[in-house]
Design a protein around this ligand. Structure first.
Ligand code: DWN
Length: 390
């Protein structure tokens, strides 16, 4: 499988394309689902084309998160909010509205420049203990550290947490948000398994990890974002023993992983079987439509879409092109299958018969946005969690 955001320019199409093993294992003692093979993060994150600001739903999620944090933790203009994996500064731009001090940390030089233009100072670094010390000396400790859709990308989680402990004030809070492994299995979301995501967390391994670094849970909440995520608010444990309130929260937390038995081999084999059935169902549908000379395109040049098209062997012989609102992806070709990517307005010009929504996690937002296409008789194919044509 090529790296999921390894989009190619026309001049690269004939060059050899690196492909890497993509196998997801599960630890039978702590329950952490994880990749067997680690691709060099410099290859994947130094120049990054994914930005969250292309989705209104995503930005609303960030707005809600910033509002919740600002009001629950009495921040003021002296407070420092640090966002790890700050990307183009989308989340921190909401904190700027509250006039708190903000700092982004992200290895992508191209995105840091955009964040700086928005007035979001950004340290262009991977986050680890060494860099946490440098950042602490330069900016001081943080009242709040956010890490949304980034903990899954971290190889050395222990060094990451040592960095958090160093950079976060003793009475500060760490807010993490990541796709929830239970939803991945239940929602057949196999295409969110890719080289950028080294870990697929459920509560059991997450709580074991944070406890081993002296953190305790303040609150957890589920979010529908990215196919079903979980937001966890945690803080440094003050006393040696866990705060009874936090213990109480954990004891009363629902552990859907146990309820849905996701560590059980049969559950995971059934998940793999369902992915196999989806491959047959979707490719049969698409081939039948092509036989009827229907024009089919993709919507959302998402990393997950590149996994699906490569794993299901869906190329330009099926999808004429993919439309995407991200300027950095337009004009490029998808990794592996080399499907061309155009701006969204191509839909109204070209008027294909079917749109395969590869960014299925935003299907509702996309369908609402493309009502004209629908009114003119166009149909949407949504592959996940269940294949449907609307
Ligand atoms: O963890 C990660 C998640 C959070 O985002 C990263 N490692 C990589 C990335 O994964 P992804 O590319 O699968 O994310 P999305 O947000 O599901 O990608 C959606 C794609 O669809 C983007 O390229 C933007 C595009 N889009 C669009 O063109 N028009 C999205 C919407 C909502 C639209 O209206």
């Amino acid at each position: 499988m090529p790296i999921p955001n390894g989009f190619l320019g026309e001049k690269d199409l004939n060059k050899t394309e690196e492909k890497y093993e993509l196998s997801c294992l599960i630890c039978e003692s702590c329950g952490l689902a994880q990749l067997s093979n680690i691709v060099n993060p410099d290859l994947m994150f130094k120049n990054y084309v994914y930005i969250p600001s292309m989705s209104r739903v995503m930005m609303e999620n960030f707005n809600n998160l910033s509002y919740q944090i600002y009001n629950n933790f009495n921040l003021n203009q002296d407070s420092l909010v640090v966002d790890i994996g700050s990307n183009d500064g989308s989340l921190l731009s909401f904190f700027k509205n509250y006039r708190t001090r903000v700092l982004g940390i992200d290895p992508a030089e191209n995105l840091a420049k955009i964040a700086e233009l928005k007035g979001i100072p950004t340290e262009i670094k991977f986050f680890d203990l060494k860099n946490a010390k440098l950042i602490r000396n330069k900016h001081g400790q943080a009242d709040v550290i956010t890490a949304t859709n980034v903990v899954a990308h971290i190889d050395n989680l222990h060094d990451f947490f040592k960095g958090i402990s160093c950079l976060l004030k003793d009475d500060g809070v760490l807010i993490t948000e990541f796709p929830y492994f239970v939803e991945l299995v239940r929602g057949n979301e196999f295409d969110t398994i890719y080289h950028e995501h080294l870990s697929y967390f459920s509560l059991k391994p997450w709580l074991k990890l944070i406890k081993s670094h002296g953190f305790e849970v303040l609150r957890t909440q589920k979010s529908p974002i990215h196919g079903g995520s979980i937001r966890i608010i945690q803080k440094k444990q003050k006393e040696k023993s866990e705060n009874p309130n936090s213990k109480n929260i954990v004891n009363h937390m629902a552990f859907p992983e146990e309820e849905h038995n996701i560590y059980n081999r049969d559950t995971l084999s059934d998940f793999a079987r369902k992915v196999g059935s989806l491959k047959i169902e979707l490719t049969t549908l698409l081939k039948n439509l092509k036989r009827k000379r229907k024009k089919i395109v993709g919507y959302g040049a998402a990393a997950k879409g590149n996994v699906l098209t490569n794993y299901f062997n869906i190329g330009p012989e099926i999808l004429d092109y993919i439309v995407d609102s991200t300027p950095y992806k337009q004009g490029l070709f998808t990794p592996g299958k080399h499907i061309p990517i155009y701006a969204e307005n191509r839909l109204t010009i070209d008027r294909p018969d079917y749109v395969l929504i590869l960014a299925w996690n935003f299907a509702e937002e996309i369908i609402k946005k493309e009502m004209t296409f629908r009114k003119l008789g166009g149909k949407f194919i949504i592959p996940i969690p269940k294949l449907k044509v609307v």
